[in-house]
Design a binder for this molecule. Sequence first.
Ligand code: ADP
Length: 258
Amino acid sequence: MSAGAIPLIRLRGVTKTYGQGDLAFQALKGVDLDIAQGDFVAIMGPSGSGKSTAMNTLGCLDRPTTGEYLFKGVPVQGLDRDERARLRRRYFGFVFQGFHLLPRTSAQENVELPLLYRGETTAQRHAAAQKALEAVGLNGWEHHTPAELSGGQQQRVAIARAIVSNPVVLLADEPTGNLDSQRSAEIMQLLWQLNQVQGITVLMVTHEPEMAAYARRIVHFRDGLLDSDQPNTPFPLRGGQGGGHAPALQGSVAQEVQ
Ligand code: ADP
C-alpha cells in the first residue's frame, strides 16, 4: 500500500464497552489497526482478550463505543443498523465454527440463501451457487443435506455460502474449531487459496498456531488491546502443503471479486 493510500479497513482508538454503570465492561480498550485489501490476517489471543468483539466490529455486526472505523474511507460508526446491514451484504462473507447451515436444506439451497435478498432470478442464483460450490470442491454434492455431509464438507458449504455474493472480505471465526486436523488443514488450504488466487481479504480468529500459520499476518490481542502485529510467510509458501502450486480454483469467481 502506498503511503497515504486509504486502507480497506482502518480502526483508530476503537473501544467497546458492554453494559452500563457498575456492570460496564470494556472489551476493547483503544485498538488501532489497518488492513489492506488482499491481506490474510489471523487474530489470536487468550480467551476473553477481545477477539470476537473485534471481529464483530470489523464485520459491521456491532459498532464501536468510541473511536473510528473506516471501511474504504467510509465511517462505519456513523451508519445506522440498516446501512451497516447493506454494507455487510455487499462486502462481507462470514464463516463460523459451527457452520450454521439449515439442516433439511440442500447444499445448493444453503449457498443460495444470501442471494435471495438481492433480487436475482432463480437461474442466476442456481448458477452462482453452482460456481461457489465448485470453487470449494463440492461438485456433485449440491443436493445433499448437511446431515449427509462430513464436518469438513459442511464447512465447505458454509464457505461457498460466504463467497457466493463475491465478498471483498471473508471473516472466519474459529473456522476449524469443530474439525479434526486433516479437515482443518483442507479448510485452511481453501481459505489460503481464496486469498492467494481470488484476492479475497481474509480475517480469521483462531487460537491454533497451525491455523494462523496460513495467514500473511498475525495479530495478537491481550486484555482488549493489540499487543503484537507480525508479518508471516504463509505455510503453503514455505514448501508446505500446496506450496507454490495452488491449483486455480475450479469455476473461479475471481473476475467478479473486486
Ligand atoms: P475473545 O473472543 O477473545 O474470547 P470476547 O471479545 O468474546 O473475547 O470478550 C471479551 C470480553 O468481553 C470478555 O471478558 C467477555 O466476557 C466480555 N463480553 C463479550 N461479550 C459481552 C456481552 N455481550 N456482554 C458483556 N460482556 C461481554
